[in-house]
Design a protein around this ligand. Structure first.
Ligand code: ZN
Length: 91
């Protein structure tokens, strides 16, 4: 009966977390308040800018810089959304 709108306990009694932006379910163990998709949407322009302004960045550097999971960046690269720039000196 008592269905308060912000209960984070699911019907099965398990802890539940929802994305602060779109409200979809996120893993309880997630270090973020938003789901992966929302993180990606929000961060993508920033990451792109970062890569455009810096030579020789890689997944590791970007992940550290933005505090996100390397797999997210990896996906972008795989999908062709991001392209690393090589330092001109390395030609
Ligand atoms: Zn979301």
């Amino acid at each position: 009966m008592d269905h308060s709108n912000n209960t984070f306990l699911g019907e099965d009694g398990h802890l539940k977390r929802t994305c602060a932006k779109c409200g979809c379910r996120i893993p309880v163990s997630s270090p973020y308040d938003t789901c992966k998709e929302c993180i990606k949407k929000e961060l993508f322009p920033k990451v792109k800018e970062f890569i455009n302004e810096n030579y020789d960045v890689n997944e590791m550097i970007v992940a550290q810089e933005f505090g996100i999971d390397r797999s997210i960046i990896h996906e972008w690269v795989q999908e062709g959304h991001l392209q690393y720039r090589k330092s001109p000196n390395n030609f």
